[in-house]
Design a protein around this ligand. Structure first.
Ligand code: TXA
Ligand code: MG
Length: 346
């Protein structure tokens, strides 16, 4: 594995490697992706192997110009479906208003796109990232790059090149080091084919931002704020985005009231008191955003979890974010990170 810079020469080298079927980890505005030519079967197979990812979990295809969409998706087949013209209209609005950016759209797949990329589904997930390095790499290579987050399946997503290096090492041919990613949380995945558009995974584009352009959008009930009458059932959530250290999630405001125990790490959503208020070492206590800014909190989420996870702690206690804007995506990742552990701690 070789680490590359963001220089033109290095991006050209990485693009040439992609064309030859090698794996290149690269920065996007959300998290680092593990890239392969979307039309190269053996490169796709290497992505699943490197991540230890089950073959039934489809990849996102990254493009860097709107015209590339036609090589991957067959928008004509929208016509045959019940809400085809609605879907076509939503695609046109969302691609114009929110691309490039952290939004992935599920669209009818073109036959030529390998089934391995879409795990045999008739649809493909497509994203046009806004990161200039990602765009340049995609344009200089095949123009369609399949890229899951560059972490082993089920683990924390990488927001720095060093995270990719530590988690995947020589399973990757090249890593382009573009520094820390800006958004810090994966793209929002949306299905626009039904009567109502649906968010399948909340992420870096908020539901509110999408609704401003296309009206009401559905979100699975498990992602919407839980009330005391409908308690969370962590056992039902698939473990994903998990640190190695057990993670416990607390309701907003609860964590500051809980006495600090030695060997514990804490991830507050916001908190103005100094960490010494917890009587703990400051490196064990992280605050996603002192001012409660959701974008700042999302950008810090995986980064701070990686840091806490490296300290050899017994437990990490995290606090929920508010359930709006990027808070929904933050809470989704935190809740999935707790699965298999003790879940929410009341
Ligand atoms: O921000 C991101 O989306 C990052 C960067 C690298 O672009 N990528 C990323 O990929 O998070 P990954 O593979 O970790 O997550 C892709 C998600 C998975 O939950 C997958 O199941 C879903 O997208 N997905 C992909 N294709 C799909 C399809 N055809 N239908 C439904 N879900 C799909
Ligand atoms: Mg992932």
């Amino acid at each position: 594995m070789e680490i590359l810079s963001c220089s033109d020469k290095d991006i050209e080298k990485a693009a040439a490697a992609l064309v030859k079927g090698k794996l290149v980890a690269f920065p996007t505005e959300t998290v680092y992706g593990l890239g392969a030519d979307a039309f190269n079967l053996s490169a796709l197979a290497k992505v699943f192997a490197a991540k230890n990812r089950p073959r039934f979990d489809p990849l996102i295809i990254h493009i860097a110009e709107a015209e590339a969409l036609d090589r991957i998706v067959d928008t004509a087949s929208f016509e045959g479906s019940a809400f085809g013209s609605l879907a076509r209209e939503r695609l046109s609005i969302l691609s114009e208003k929110l691309w490039p950016g952290p939004l992935t759209l599920i669209l009818p797949k073109r036959e030529e796109l390998p089934d391995l990329a879409t795990a045999g589904l008739a649809t493909a997930a497509v994203r046009f990232p806004s990161h200039p390095v990602a765009q340049k790499l995609i344009r200089l290579s095949a123009g369609a790059v399949a890229a899951p987050s560059a972490n082993p399946f089920g683990c924390l997503s990488p927001t720095r090149a060093s995270h990719v290096c530590e988690q995947l090492g020589d399973k990757v041919d090249y890593i382009i080091d573009g520094g820390r990613t800006q958004v810090g949380i994966e793209s929002t995945v949306m299905d626009i084919s039904g009567e109502k558009p649906r968010i399948l995974r909340p992420g870096g584009t908020s539901r509110e931002a999408i609704e401003a352009f296309i009206g009401p959008v559905e979100m699975p009930s498990t992602l919407i704020m839980e009330t005391p009458e409908t308690p969370m059932s962590p056992g039902q959530l698939k473990s994903h985005y998990a640190p190695k250290t057990p993670l416990v999630l607390h309701r907003a405001g609860e964590l500051a009231l809980l006495p600090y125990a030695p060997g514990e790490g804490r991830l507050y959503f916001s908190r103005s008191e100094p960490c010494t208020a917890d009587n703990a070492s400051c490196e064990n206590i992280k605050v996603l955003s002192q001012t409660g800014d959701l974008c700042e909190a999302a950008a810090n989420l995986f980064d701070m979890l990686h840091e806490l996870d490296s300290l050899g702690l017994k437990l990490i206690r995290a606090e929920e974010a508010p359930y709006y804007g990027l808070g929904t995506a933050i809470n989704d990742r935190l809740r999935r990170g707790t699965s298999g552990q003790s879940g929410i701690d009341r």
